[in-house]
Design a protein around this ligand. Structure first.
Ligand code: SAM
Length: 632
């Protein structure tokens, strides 16, 4: 039995290894170099995938079947910049020449695929020729979507001096798509938090960072330690990479890190990557190392042989796929991406536009607080029911109750603005003028209308029905304004949970019925709400970081001001609402609720104190007298 199991497990392991090999490794025994286009059979992917094909890409591309490529990444000749080395097209003819090729590229690219065009306009007669800009416009006319422009910052560009400009240190990586929805795997290119994380950690106290069981109960200790363990953030659209021509036998090779980055971002294992201007084969090498299929086209035979050689040498490198190796690769010089991230933007916004105005408003409310105003707004029976006996406790309770009801609204509004900011940063979202709607944005062919609330337990049935009516009206207004496609309504709650987000049923006294289609909405709360906005499941935790730090700083001053205010109001309260040094509840209730005008006189002992002072200002007030309650 033991041996049977052992044989099964050995066979199982071998099968697993074979499957993994076949998935990720190119069969080395097959010829990868194609010199004769006749051997390509469009219907047989084996005849053109994992091949390097000699020829003019315009002709070769015609042999590749439609919608068969997941990613095109290429660096064509920059007009005739390197005419002597590998030919080129004059800048004035460039657009016309390239458009024929881009049409073929569009045909072979899958609908959800991406095209990365690494290009830079050359200088002609002392000024930049606009052929790249013209090309972008013409490609848009050809039906391409110009989704993004990444910048490749060449960290080691040659020093030099020009009369009218500085050293050229960057190139464009234009990102084109056939449709708005395309494959993108953002987590695969995350970058280490780097120094920024270290400086943020410094701002946290030691206890915050300790995983402390007692703190977990409050949620806070755990939150901070979660964050401490997070090492990666999303990168920017600037790639800081050194050029690597020196040892490549090709004067215009791009660094392997460039195709590696885009291949990780836009493809998954087993996908096919095409480079129609292959040069030394960098794209095929990167694709092979990542376990993707490749197709390279190069018209210069010498470069084609070089590309074949380089690609044959390359090996599928499982390390390139693993998260751990990604850490170490990115930390190396070659992958020294900027450590700033979108979180820094959020952090800055939260400090400047949430915490700062929040404390300003708190101070303002506190300074304007007057005992007699606040008393009228609070329920005296409640405080009596809580058996409050000390004047200072009473004053503190009414001040806290008053401030906290105000603060909830103030903070809620400011945090709502942050939610809108996140959406505007990531998806061009904007504040809405429509009733019950705070935010509108478009993503993945859907138009979202979002009503934002603080927590999940807002609103009675009338208020919820009103929101649903307003969702219905908003949908109709937006359709009239020309919004096409699906309009999704969302009630977003900044904290809390809702395990049943789709609200498509109407509650009746007896059971439920289907809701009108235009009143259907989703209720996303807490983590789900912030993730819905940003596609980032960690955002709900990130928010706490700047809040924690700023609050600690600002609260010290607030606490001192608060203490002074409570003391001042306690003195007033003692002056008017105590008798024999006890709270005079009858007088207090009269003041709050008695019909007509109530004249407020200082309490007797205060009057007598004043009189005593007048009689003999040298007399010292004896506290033991004040505490002697026998006469009461
Ligand atoms: C900028 S280089 C590409 C370098 C490449 N990215 C690398 O890392 O080695 C452009 C290449 O396109 C090739 N080329 C130019 N016109 C071509 C065409 N019509 N079809 C195929 N290859 C072409 C050139 O011979 C040159 O090697």
């Amino acid at each position: 039995m033991y041996f049977q199991l052992r044989i099964i497990s050995v066979l199982g392991f071998k099968l697993m290894v074979d499957v993994t090999r076949s998935l990720f490794e190119v069969d080395e025994t097959r010829e990868i170099f194609i010199r004769d286009l006749k051997i390509i059979d469009s219907k047989d992917p084996h005849s053109w995938t994992n091949k390097i094909i000699l020829g003019d890409c315009l002709k070769v591309l015609q042999k590749i079947p439609p919608e068969s490529i997941d990613l095109i990444i290429t660096s064509p000749p920059y007009a005739d910049s390197r005419k002597k080395t590998y030919g080129g097209i004059s800048p004035d003819e460039y657009v016309g020449w390239f458009l024929l090729i881009s049409l073929e590229l569009k045909r072979v690219l899958k609908p959800e695929g991406s095209f990365i065009l690494n290009i830079k306009e050359k200088v002609v007669n002392g000024e930049r020729h606009p052929y790249v800009l013209n090309l972008i416009l013409e490609m848009q006319n050809q039906g391409w979507l110009w989704t993004e422009e990444y910048i490749w910052h060449k960290k080691n560009s040659y020093p030099g001096k020009w009369s009218n400009r500085f050293r050229d240190s960057w190139e464009r990586c234009l990102h084109f798509n056939k449709q708005k929805k395309f494959k993108m795997f953002q987590e695969t290119v995350m970058v280490p938090m780097g120094d920024w994380a270290k400086s943020r950690l410094k701002r946290l106290s030691e206890t915050d960072m300790r995983r402390d069981a007692s703190k977990v109960e409050s949620g806070f200790g755990k939150n901070i330690s979660n964050w401490v363990e997070r090492k990666m953030a999303y990168p920017t659209n600037v790639l800081h990479l050194a050029t690597e021509c020196g040892n490549k036998n090709h004067s215009a090779a791009f660094p392997k890190a460039l195709p590696l980055w885009f291949i990780r971002l836009f493809t998954e294992s087993g996908d096919t990557v095409l480079d129609p201007f292959l040069g030394s084969g960098t794209t095929c090498v990167a694709a092979k190392e990542l376990g993707r299929n490749y197709v390279g086209i190069e018209m210069n035979e010498k470069y084609c042989e070089l590309a074949v050689h380089n690609t044959e040498q390359a090996k599928f490198n499982s390390q390139r796929l693993s998260v751990h190796s990604r850490d170490s690769i990115y930390q190396s010089e070659e992958y020294n991406f900027m450590s700033e991230s979108i979180y820094q933007t959020y952090y800055d916004y939260l400090v400047e536009n949430v915490l700062t105005p929040f404390y300003e408003k708190r101070f303002e409310k506190l300074s304007k607080l007057r005992l007699l105003d606040v008393l009228k707004r609070k329920n005296p029976y409640l405080f009596k029911a809580k058996n409050i006996e000390l004047a200072s406790d009473f004053v503190k309770s009414i001040v806290d109750a008053y401030l906290s009801s105000q603060e909830e609204t103030i903070f809620g509004n400011l945090l709502e603005n942050f939610a809108i900011f996140v959406s505007s940063t990531l998806y061009n979202g904007s504040k809405s003028e429509l009733n019950s709607i705070d935010l509108e944005f478009e993503r993945d062919n859907c138009y979202y209308i979002v009503g934002i609330k603080s927590g999940t337990s807002w609103g009675n049935s009338d208020q919820i029905n009103k929101m649903k009516d307003n969702f219905k009206k908003a949908r109709s207004i937006l359709r009239d304004r020309g919004v096409k496609g699906e309009i999704v309504a969302v009630n977003g709650c900044m904290y809390g949970k809702d395990s049943n987000p789709l609200k498509d049923k109407k509650k009746l006294k007896k059971g439920t019925i289907d809701e009108e289609p235009d009143k259907i909405y989703y209720k996303y709360a807490g983590q789900e709400f912030w993730q819905f906005l940003s596609n980032d499941e960690n955002l709900y935790q990130e928010i706490i970081i700047p809040i924690d730090k700023e609050a600690k700083q600002k609260d010290e001053l607030f606490k001192a001001t608060y203490a002074a205010k409570v003391n001042e109001m306690t003195a007033d309260f003692t002056n008017y609402f105590t008798r024999n040094y006890h709270i005079d509840w009858a007088k207090l209730i009269d003041y709050v609720s008695k019909k007509g005008k109530v004249l407020l006189e200082p309490s007797q002992e205060q009057t007598s104190l004043l009189l005593d002072e007048e009689l003999d200002s040298e007399d010292i007030f004896d506290l033991s007298d004040a505490l002697d309650l026998k006469d009461y």
